[in-house]
Design a protein around this ligand. Sequence first.
Ligand code: SF4
Length: 98
Amino acid sequence: MSDLSEVDCRHPAGTFAPVIDPLRCEGKEKCADVCPYGVFEIRKLTGSERAALPFLTRLKVAAHGGKQSFATLAGECRACGRCVTACPEQAVTLAKTT
Ligand code: SF4
């Protein structure tokens, strides 16, 4: 988690939320490292989450320890954009919630 004193909070919490592309995410944790609000959780996929992925993506996820990122506290997002620029797989975008 980053230092809150340096954060450029562009919108009130809950106006935007991060969207993680499960076809791109390799669970490298960069989003969790840079998010000042602890929005992300990196964890192993459940069996049903794995089953929902295309075969090649399942292989890719397995090669990276079976982990991906989840925006479990998406309502805390202030749209600073750090996670979007930090992700080496370009798996994170921001979407307006309303
Ligand atoms: S844009 Fe990303 S890094 Fe910034 S607050 Fe939202 S989830 Fe966290």
